[in-house]
Every structure is written in C-alpha cells, then in structure tokens.
Design a protein around this ligand. Structure first.
Ligand code: NI
Length: 260
C-alpha cells in the first residue's frame, strides 16, 4: 500500500474535513502516513494525530522558518516529544534561504543542534533545504553518520548533487513536482537514482501532482506520482508503490511493526 513519508495533516487546510479524509485513505490504497511537524504547534498536533490514528506516525522537528521559537526550554520539550513511541523521525529541519525568515546563522545553529539531537536519540532525519545547497551540503557532510538514515525531502537540486547525497547514503523524497512540466531536473535525478533510495511523499496540502497542481494535495494523489515514477523506471505503478513502501519501512525502522 502507499506509504506517504511526508504529510502535514495538522495544517489548517484540513480543518474542515480532516477526519473524513483521513478515514477514507485506507480505501484509497494508502497504508501508512508520516505526519511531519514543522513548528512547535505542528509537533503538538502531530502527536495528537499519531494517538488518534493507528496508521499515522510522526516526525518532530522545527523548520528553518520557525527556529525563532526555539530556546533551551522549548528545545527540551521537543526532545521529550521525540521520545514518544510513534515519533519515528526528527524533521523537518534544515535551511531555507528562499524565505529567509530567520537569520542564516540562527538557522544553521538550530539545524546542527537538531541533527545532533537525532544522533543522540538514534532517529532518522527529514531534511528541508531550499536555495541553500552549499551550506546544507557542508553541514550534512560533517554531521551525517552511516548509521543515521536521512532523506532529502522534496529534492530540488541538481542530478549531480543528488549523486553526492546518494553516495553518502541519503534517500530522496519524491512528490508532485515529478509530474510538473518544469520537473525535468527531478526526472533526470530519479532516472539515475536507485529506486531503493526513493521515498514517496506528498508534502500535502502543498505540491499536488498534475492535473491537480495548485489545488489541495492529499496522500491518495500519490498514485499519480507512482505512475510517473514507474514510467521513468520502466515498471508498473504497483511495483513503485510496493518498493517505496519497503524503502519507507526500512528508513523509519518500521519493518518489525505489525502491518496495519
Ligand atoms: Ni513539508
């Protein structure tokens, strides 16, 4: 079944019909969702979702746009949340020089501190990086250890840089952008990357695949991304869904968990 490795169902875009939508996912072939907290409030709401829905797991971290909310006290709280059983990753964390909402030095400082927290807790990491290719790479080169799985969420850099990340053991998160007309760079990256290192992700409510581009996204629409990925790799969408589910279970260390 479809494994959505990156969703934001805590987003207000789902306030009207969250329960109805989440209850309909299984019938649409969606088996597992990792809801990703991006702010302190997002983490709190992610924990709630993981408690309410058996098929939802969570990631806890503070996005570079939101790191202004971190201090010793809130960081300690975040660490406690990471200790919860259904929190399976730290994320999304990283650098965002597109919005540049927080000072770059502060973004870097909290990126590194959250990476080290993940190492300490032995949790996989979800990386957000936008228009910050060089600094992200430099930090990750220093901080990545072979034991700690990491995914470049919504991978948006060059196919050449993807090779460097793959060499370092990274996974790549692939979503709706793969179906966009201007997604040529990503198609090239995906064509060259081993399928065992790809994870399907929506980033919903954002980044809906064609023909829903610009509309609200949800995990059911990942079938369209799987079809496109299958076309590129010369396999069926079903195969893509099966392999990427295995990948995600390995990545988030859910292999031993009972299938839901
Ligand atoms: Ni996201």
């Amino acid at each position: 079944m479809i494994f959505d490795s990156h969703a934001h169902y805590d987003d207000e875009a789902f306030d009207e019909d969250r329960e109805e939508l989440l209850s309909s996912l299984a019938d649409a072939g969606v088996g597992t969702v990792v809801n990703v907290g991006a702010s302190l409030e997002g983490v709190r709401r992610t924990v709630e979702l993981t408690e309410k829905y058996p098929f939802i797991y969570g990631a806890a971290g503070v996005h570079p746009d939101e790191v202004g909310a971190l201090n010793e006290e809130t960081f300690e709280w975040l660490k406690e949340q990471c200790g919860r059983k259904k929190i399976v990753a730290v994320g999304e964390i990283g650098l965002d020089y597109y919005w540049d909402r927080e000072d770059r030095s502060i973004q870097k400082e909290w990126f590194v501190r959250q990476l080290r927290m993940a190492k300490e807790l032995e949790l996989p990491v979800i990386i957000h990086s936008r228009e910050a290719a060089a600094d992200t790479f430099e930090i990750l080169k220093q901080e990545k250890t072979p034991e700690l799985p990491m995914v470049m969420h919504c991978y948006s850099y060059s196919p050449e840089m993807a090779k460097e990340y793959l060499k370092m053991g990274f996974y790549l998160g692939i979503g709706g952008v793969l179906t966009f007309k201007n997604g040529k760079k990503l198609k090239e990256t995906v064509a060259e990357a081993p399928i065992e290192r790809l994870l399907l992700e929506t980033d919903c409510p954002y980044l809906a695949p064609v023909p829903y581009r610009g509309k609200r996204n949800d995990s059911r629409k990942l079938t369209l991304v799987a079809e496109e990925l299958g076309r590129i790799k010369g396999i069926s969408a079903e195969e893509v869904i099966r392999i990427t589910e295995e990948n995600a279970r390995r990545f988030f260390r859910l292999e031993q968990e009972e299938r839901l």
